[in-house]
Structures are given as structure tokens and as C-alpha cells.
Design a protein around this ligand. Structure first.
Ligand SMILES: [Zn+2]
Length: 177
């Protein structure tokens, strides 16, 4: 791994007051809610988080999270790699109930007096950014027969068959009497 590890626990309010930046990598293996969704659990997630305050006095966390996530294609069940680049725009709140009143440019994150778990924060952002249904792009999925099948079926339709002439025999043998 080339980059430093992201610290797991941090006093986010203190870091915001100091306008600090934290960045580093988190092992995929440490993200236990994410793991079941991944076909390849090697590798890591990289996070860069800039803490601070905005003009309205919100304590904010901005930055991005990048990772290559290998999910399972729901069409062919093979691996499909997604390069995720997740923008982070969070405002800290003391309680869940404050979240709905945040400006829409922010997602809320509850931060109390205790140190926050940055792995949790990173994992949450990752989970929110994953597609509900992973699949290869159309045309590059091995299981996708494209539109070819139907046409071929049509051209292979019943060969023309000559109607055998019904030979009409006149049985009018004159069954006498
Ligand atoms: Zn596929």
C-alpha cells in the first residue's frame, strides 16, 4: 500500500476547528458492512477529508473517497469493477433530528463529544454511492445476447414447403344400381 492508513478515530469537531485535513487508506477488509457486496475484498479505499467551518457556522467535512470496488454483475454473475470517486459534503450535527434542517448541499453526520469512527464514515459514504444493482454496461456483459437472437430466429422460421397437391380422385365409379 502506497499511502498512509487513515486514522480510525478522530475528534472531528476539534479537527474542524483547526481546519485540518485527514487523508489515508482504509483496508477493504476493515469495512465489514461493505465486504458482503464485494467479489474482490483485496485493496483499499482512499479518503481525503478536509474539515472546517462554512460561512453559516456549520462544521463541515468535505473531500472525496476513491476506491475500486469489484461487485457481482447481476446479469452474468461475473465480476464488474467500478471506479468510485465519491464526493463528500457533510455537516456535523449533534443529533439525528437536526439533519432534515440542514442545507441541501450537505448530508448530515452525527458527531458527539466522543471521537468519531472514520472507518464508519467512509463505509457509509461508500455504501450510499454503490449502485443498487451492479451490472456490466450494455454490450460488454458476456451474458448479453444483444439483439441478435430475435432476428436469427425469424430468418430460421419455417422453410417454405410446397403444398402437395391433393390428388382428387374422382371415385365416381358409377356404383351402379
Ligand atoms: Zn455481466
Amino acid at each position: 500500500m502506497s499511502s498512509n492508513a487513515l486514522p480510525r478515530h478522530a475528534d472531528l469537531r476539534k479537527l474542524a476547528a483547526a481546519s485540518a485535513t485527514v487523508c489515508g487508506a482504509v483496508d477493504m477488509q476493515a469495512l465489514t458492512r461493505l465486504l458482503p457486496l464485494l467479489l474482490d475484498t483485496a485493496g483499499s479505499v482512499h479518503a481525503e477529508l478536509r474539515l472546517g467551518s462554512d460561512d453559516e457556522g456549520y462544521r463541515t467535512i468535505r473531500g472525496r473517497i476513491t476506491a475500486r470496488a469489484v461487485l457481482q454483475c447481476q446479469r452474468c454473475l461475473g465480476p464488474v469493477a467500478l471506479d468510485l470517486d465519491v464526493p463528500v459534503s457533510l455537516a456535523m450535527v449533534w443529533a439525528e433530528k437536526e439533519i432534515p434542517s440542514l442545507p441541501s448541499r450537505y448530508e448530515g453526520v452525527v458527531v458527539g463529544e466522543d471521537p468519531a469512527d472514520l472507518y464508519d464514515l467512509v463505509e457509509e459514504e461508500m455504501l450510499l454511492s454503490l449502485p443498487l444493482v451492479a451490472a456490466h454496461e450494455s454490450g460488454s456483459c458476456p451474458s448479453q445476447p444483444e439483439a441478435r437472437d430475435q432476428n436469427e430466429d425469424d430468418s430460421a422460421a419455417e422453410p417454405l414447403r410446397e403444398n402437395p397437391f391433393a390428388v382428387l380422385r374422382d371415385k365416381g365409379d358409377g356404383a351402379g344400381n
